[in-house]
Design a protein around this ligand. Structure first.
Ligand SMILES: Nc1ncnc2c1ncn2[C@@H]1O[C@H](COP(=O)(O)OP(=O)(O)OP(=O)(O)O)[C@@H](O)[C@H]1O
Ligand SMILES: N[C@@H](CCO)C(=O)O
Length: 312
């Protein structure tokens, strides 16, 4: 469930008076999602999504929310934040920082087809391009420094063979240089549950709260590792080829990116193996997370290590 902070119609009516959105018709909690409280809000003007941020503070939201507004302004399918009469995107309701965005068409798809993977690849490349003029900056909090430090905290909980595999990968990732790779704003968590699909078309990308400035190729790897994966951690070649071809139809990889692609695929898997290991072995008390299977990304990573064809 994901209504951690209850909002009643009586709470919302005065709040909505700070926006040009008409009056409340219906308020409905959204079950999906595990971090924040989300509601569908229908007013006399349309349908919106209200998010109450359970952990992020108002000033921490600035980079993400302005990025969403910037991308929407460029025609990228993302939820567009709506400003209140003070021209602020982030407001406050029931003691929590709050955001209203437009409701996007479509739904989360668990088993995407080839066309849907291609559409996501194309939109991702266009998002990378549209974000080139975004002035905000945020270092990636989940890069090599983070996984080296975080892996060190979980080795002791792991079977020796898996710990050795993880340690080997951390060392391997420290040995190659990312300096030549194009950088920009990345989503950094564009899994299937963060994209709404409207038929074969992208209804919208959501959940920009890991977005940051890093290499664009890292975003491509993270996205492919989820969208094109099979149940056993292998990659479906047909979906991978379609995804990459569509991405490159907008932004072809540089030579340096082509060379780095096999290593970057592994980096994308390592990042989520480590975060899932950490959440599994060291859940913060009272934290509202539902541990996801770390073994899945161990399998994805080990398959990448054996791979000889990278679908380019
Ligand atoms: N702009 C939107 N338009 C339509 N539906 C949305 C929109 N934003 C969120 N949703 C719906 O709400 C659900 C939960 O949103 P989201 O995944 O962002 O939750 P969260 O708890 O904030 O994040 P997380 O899942 O990363 O914990 C989504 O699966 C989607 O169904
Ligand atoms: N997408 C992440 C969780 C949210 O960051 C995962 O599947 O581990």
């Amino acid at each position: 469930m994901s209504v951690f902070t209850t909002v009643t119609e009586a709470d919302l009516q005065p709040f909505l008076k700070r926006y040009a959105l008409g009056t409340l018709v219906e308020l409905k909690g959204i079950a999906a999602g595990v971090t924040n409280t989300n509601y569908f809000v229908t007013t006399t003007h349309g349908r919106y999504v209200l998010t109450l941020f359970e952990t992020l503070l108002a000033d921490e939201l600035d980079y993400y929310v302005k990025l969403m507004a910037h991308l929407a302004h460029h025609g990228i399918a993302v939820a567009a934040p709506i400003a209140n009469f003070d021209d602020d995107y982030v407001d406050e309701l029931n003691g929590k920082p709050t955001l209203l965005v437009n409701c996007l068409p479509g739904m989360v798809i668990e088993n995407p087809n080839v066309n849907q993977c291609a559409e996501v690849g194309e939109m991702l490349a266009q998002m990378h391009q549209a974000a080139r003029s975004y002035p905000g900056h945020m270092d990636n909090p989940r890069g090599p420094h983070w996984w080296t430090h975080t892996a060190a905290q979980v080795y002791g909980f792991m079977p020796p063979k898996a710990a050795q595999q993880l340690h080997d990968e951390v060392l391997y990732q420290a040995e190659w240089s990312r300096n030549e790779l194009p950088r920009g704003v990345i989503h950094a968590d564009l899994f299937r549950d963060n994209v709404l699909l409207n038929g074969d078309h992208v209804g919208g990308f959501i959940d920009f709260y890991y977005a940051c400035n890093d290499t664009l190729l890292y975003d491509v790897a993270i996205t492919l590792n989820d969208w094109c994966v099979t149940g056993d951690g292998d990659i479906d070649a047909e979906r991978a080829r379609a995804f990459l071809a569509a991405y490159q139809s907008v932004r072809p990889f540089t030579e340096a990116e082509k060379q780095s692609w096999p290593a970057m695929l592994r980096a994308g898997a390592l990042r989520f193996w480590v975060s899932r290991l950490y959440d599994f072995h060291k859940p913060a008390s009272g934290e509202m997370t539902f541990a996801k299977d770390p073994g899945h990304f161990q399998r994805v990573l080990l398959r990448h290590r054996e791979r000889t064809d990278f679908w380019l």
